[in-house]
Write a protein that binds this ligand. Sequence first.
Ligand SMILES: NC(=O)c1ccc[n+]([C@@H]2O[C@H](COP(=O)([O-])OP(=O)(O)OC[C@H]3O[C@@H](n4cnc5c(N)ncnc54)[C@H](OP(=O)(O)O)[C@@H]3O)[C@@H](O)[C@H]2O)c1
Length: 256
Amino acid sequence: MRIGILGGTGPAGSALAARLASIGYDVVIGSRSKYRAMETCDGLIAKWPDLAARLEAGDNPAACSCDLIVIATPWDSAATTAQESEEALAGKVVVSMANALVRVGHEFQPLVPPRGSVAAHVQAAVPRCRVVAAFHHLPAKELGALGSPIDSDVLICGDDIDAIKAVSDIVERIPGCRPLHAGELSNAMAIEAFTAVLLQLNVRYRTRVAPKLTGIKLAPKTSVVPPVTTPVADGTTTAAKSGATVTEASPVETPS
Ligand SMILES: NC(=O)c1ccc[n+]([C@@H]2O[C@H](COP(=O)([O-])OP(=O)(O)OC[C@H]3O[C@@H](n4cnc5c(N)ncnc54)[C@H](OP(=O)(O)O)[C@@H]3O)[C@@H](O)[C@H]2O)c1
């Protein structure tokens, strides 16, 4: 699979590019300037020569030609950056990792973007792609420390179950990371905002925290909800809602 990263020249995008290349993906580092992407790519290859065959520099449109695309720009340019390549992104899985935050003095505070989250804003701007929100809580430093596992859960949400599965499969391959299906795209609001809490904890406790949730022992499973029957006045029943797809716990242990 080829993965393109929009804004792949920043700390988050370049670290993610290196990490994904290190676990076997071909990665196109995108940028508004191909020359900046080349500089970033050269820098990564100088550090990890083994990744040379898997890393490529391009502009953002070149990154959009990949199978799966990650948006790693600042939050307020994520939707417009995606929209510029609307046609190329149609039908594809687009991962939004942007957090809308502001730092006020020593405090990190979440902002509310249009549609409630950056991910939902991107989805509205590029309706034909399948947006998945993920990677918000993985710090660039840990992503780029290729010799070390990242000890963290990765909360993933979106409205397309196949797209979530595709992203979960990628996360599963990152040493130390556990992908967790955290619901529909509407939950991106909470996931993005929670980043402010994590950054605040980093400052307050002079550390680097990562989310790890307790109590989840079962793998997620997708199933179709059986029709819900409700009684009606004449004593018969009627189907109130049927065919909704949900994810529930299955009795399958996750691989350790
Ligand atoms: N840093 C982290 O540890 C971390 C962790 C998790 C999630 N995130 C999220 O990941 C995203 C990227 O983080 P970052 O720290 O790497 O950000 P960044 O350095 O501020 O920006 C990343 C790249 O986005 C491009 N860019 C900047 N302004 C732009 C604009 N107006 N329009 C289009 N592209 C623009 C730039 O690439 P070109 O100039 O080459 O185009 C830049 O190198 C953010 O939304 C952040 O919330 C960050």
